[in-house]
Write a protein that binds this ligand. Structure first.
Ligand SMILES: Nc1ncnc2c1ncn2[C@@H]1O[C@H](COP(=O)(O)OP(=O)(O)OP(=O)(O)O)[C@@H](O)[C@H]1O
Ligand SMILES: [Mg+2]
Length: 298
């Protein structure tokens, strides 16, 4: 679906992105993870041509994006900006309608889609007449996502979508986002510097440092088979929690019927954190933990 090949981008003498390549399959969720300044935003912006690389190529469905008009390309790629990126002098309704208007949607169709997305994203319809400054950070973030989803693009780029939120709001919003049917089918590249977020949201993680990729793989691969000391050290402090988030219950308890349920999610359910996707079972904390430690000893 998306293929980046040998991308290099310099700003003056400094190299922001230094020869990186990766692929994202249709429906996959790839996380660009790394500390501030490592080149995440620059990488993301080369995909929808907000920036062009000095060398290297981005392919979307096999087509070099440089052969396409930037404006036309961007209409098919949702983009959630770092710090929501809503226009302050436009109301929420006007912000959300920008791309649909460019595509000459009828007013009634725009309203119908706004109603649908606001319901899915738990946004009060009354907010549409307000200006972004009158919204809470969490509401702004949801509106930013609603805007990017309006015309239902197959590809979504998200730059630190939860970056501006406090920790508790972040955790609950990303759970909601993960369960959102509108996102499940999409090909998503999401930027974050938050390790826990990367492990909760990513099918695969691309760990970057100083403009280069240190390792790209599933959360489990990065954690249990780090490519270097750098990778191992990056996750050291939060290791146990990350292990619980990357190992599936079905891996430690063969025959478990829940697909893609992590040990962490099953533990949360024992602590009565809601998760409607869990199957009925008779697991308790002792059985879960002893299966997990047996798995780790292998
Ligand atoms: N327009 C620009 N002009 C000059 N230098 C830039 C520009 N954009 C990015 N850079 C530099 O390129 C490097 C990578 O920046 P980038 O914004 O991609 O990092 P990032 O990983 O997204 O960081 P953060 O987590 O802080 O958002 C940084 O050193 C930054 O200063
Ligand atoms: Mg950035």
């Amino acid at each position: 679906m998306i293929k980046a090949e040998n991308l290099i981008r310099k700003f003056g003498a400094s190299v922001a992105v230094n020869d990186i390549s990766f692929e994202v399959k249709e429906g996959e969720n790839l996380i660009l993870l790394g500390t501030s300044g490592c080149g995440k935003t620059t990488t993301l912006r080369m995909i929808n041509r907000l920036i062009d690389p000095d060398s290297g190529t981005v392919f979307l469905d096999g087509v070099d994006v440089r052969t396409r008009q930037p404006e036309e390309l961007r209409r098919g790629i949702g983009y959630v900006l770092q710090n929501h990126g809503l226009f302050p002098h436009y109301t929420v309704a006007e912000n959300i309608a920008i791309v649909p208007r460019l595509l000459k949607w009828k007013g009634a169709d725009i309203r119908k889609r706004v109603d649908e997305l606001f319901q899915k994203l738990n946004l009060d319809p009354a907010l549409t007449e307000k200006y972004p400054a009158a919204l809470s950070g969490g509401q702004q973030q949801r509106v930013g996502l609603a805007r990017s989803l309006m015309v239902n693009p197959p590809v979504l780029l998200m730059d630190e979508p939860f970056g501006a939120l406090d920790n508790l709001t972040r955790i609950s919003i990303r759970k909601e986002f993960k369960a959102l049917d509108e996102l499940v089918k999409k090909t998503v590249i999401m930027v974050t510097h938050d390790v826990q977020e990367a492990f909760e949201m990513g099918d695969r993680i691309c760990l970057m440092d100083k403009g280069e990729i240190r390792q790209i793989g599933t959360p489990e691969e990065l954690l249990f088979h780090p490519a270097s000391d750098f990778v191992a050290d990056f996750f050291k402090e939060q290791r146990l929690q990350l292990e619980l988030k990357s190992v599936l219950v079905a891996e430690i308890l063969p025959g478990y019927s829940g697909k893609n349920v992590t040990v962490w999610e099953r533990m949360e359910a024992l602590l009565e954190v809601d998760n409607p996707h869990l199957p009925e079972d008779s697991i308790n904390i002792e059985s879960l933990m002893s299966a997990f430690s047996a798995y780790k000893k292998q």
